[in-house]
Design a protein around this ligand. Structure first.
Ligand SMILES: [Zn+2]
Ligand SMILES: [Zn+2]
Length: 335
């Protein structure tokens, strides 16, 4: 089978591998569409932490079940499914309390173990979720980034009508805005890129703000928002979130900055700020996204800007993905 392997930073190579043999509880998965994630870009560029080469990337995938392991019973051959790439230990305290998303030993298919950029992939059946027939392959391939967004929205604990500011219009921020809107919140999304703001105006039913040009209060009837969800991973933006919530407000950091954050403790305290991290997603988040996709409330267009083919992606990754400033989200189509 044809497989795209990342041998080392800046080195993709198509190789031929043996088709995988299945363990009893695994299924053989054939990808139809695969999302390209920031993680893939970091792995290619050599700045992904806790990462080893060579590696087959691809953790955002939709496809079909081709074959069942001898004791796999949850699915049938030919069924359309998506990959849930998180492999948790099931034994640590986080897992036991249901927080499998932040398992102490979490491993991600397509990051820490070989992933979907291959003709076939053997996957434990517990890492598969069925997808409704009304959801096309490309939309379904975006279930993982949308699930990360859904998890951040769940962390925020928002109620209908709550004022929510989403900071950062990358794929995760766009997903957060779309899901918070679907949950009935009053959503505004902030970004300094006019190109991204235009993408939102065309594809999402939420308001936008360029914080360089406008004040946040002007978007929420003169008040600051109750909830700020930061999806920038930018130190300056994250340090500033304490100044963006109203008294009694909540902050969720879904974007990750690799360093220290700093803000005024009196500002943090006087508002009795609730500040949370949000990492990965649980099965529950994937199920919510699958439902919202089936209801037509989440679409590929909200996030997606570019499509590529599996046969070309290994050759054009640097030029068309890593160096492409107009790319928000790319997806690879397998034939
Ligand atoms: Zn991803
Ligand atoms: Zn665990």
């Amino acid at each position: 089978m044809k497989t795209l392997v990342c041998n080392q930073p800046f080195d993709f190579q198509y190789i031929t591998r043996e088709k995988p043999t299945l363990k009893p509880t695994e299924v053989l998965f054939k990808a139809a569409a695969i999302g390209i994630c920031g993680t893939d870009i970091h792995a290619y560029a050599g700045n992904q932490p806790f990462f080893s080469y060579p590696r087959v990337l691809g953790h955002e995938a939709s496809g079909t079940i081709i074959k069942l392991g001898s004791s796999a019973t949850k699915f049938r051959v030919g069924q359309r499914v998506v990959l849930v790439p998180y492999v948790s230990c099931g034994e640590c305290d986080a897992c036991k309390s249901g927080k499998t998303n932040c398992c102490e030993k979490i491993s991600v298919i397509g990051v820490h173990e070989d992933g979907a950029f291959s003709e076939y992939l053997a996957v434990p059946e517990k890492n598969i979720l069925p997808i409704a027939d009304s959801v096309d392959d490309i939309t379904a391939a975006l279930i993982e980034p949308y699930a990360i967004s859904a998890h951040a929205v769940r962390r925020a604990g928002l109620n209908k009508g709550d004022d929510v500011l989403v900071v950062g219009a990358g794929p995760i921020g766009l997903g957060v805005a779309a899901i918070a809107y679907a949950d009935g919140a009053n959503v505004v999304i902030a970004d300094t890129s006019e190109e991204r703001l235009q993408h939102i105006q065309k594809n999402l039913p939420v308001a936008t703000i360029n914080p360089i040009k406008q004040k946040v209060e002007d978007c929420f009837n003169g008040k600051l928002p109750l909830i700020v969800i930061d999806a920038t991973g930018n130190q300056k933006a994250m340090n500033n979130t304490v100044n963006l919530i109203r008294h009694g407000g909540r902050i969720v950091f879904v974007g990750l900055f690799k360093g220290n954050l700093e803000f005024s403790d009196p500002d943090f305290h006087k508002k009795e700020t609730t500040m949370m991290g949000s990492r990965n997603a649980t099965f529950e988040d994937f199920e919510k996204v699958q439902r919202l996709m089936a209801e037509g409330k989440l679409s590929a267009e909200m996030m997606l800007t570019h499509k590529f083919s599996f046969d070309e992606i290994g050759h054009i990754f640097e030029e068309k993905v890593t160096k492409n400033k107009s790319l928000i989200k790319g997806v690879v189509l397998c034939s």
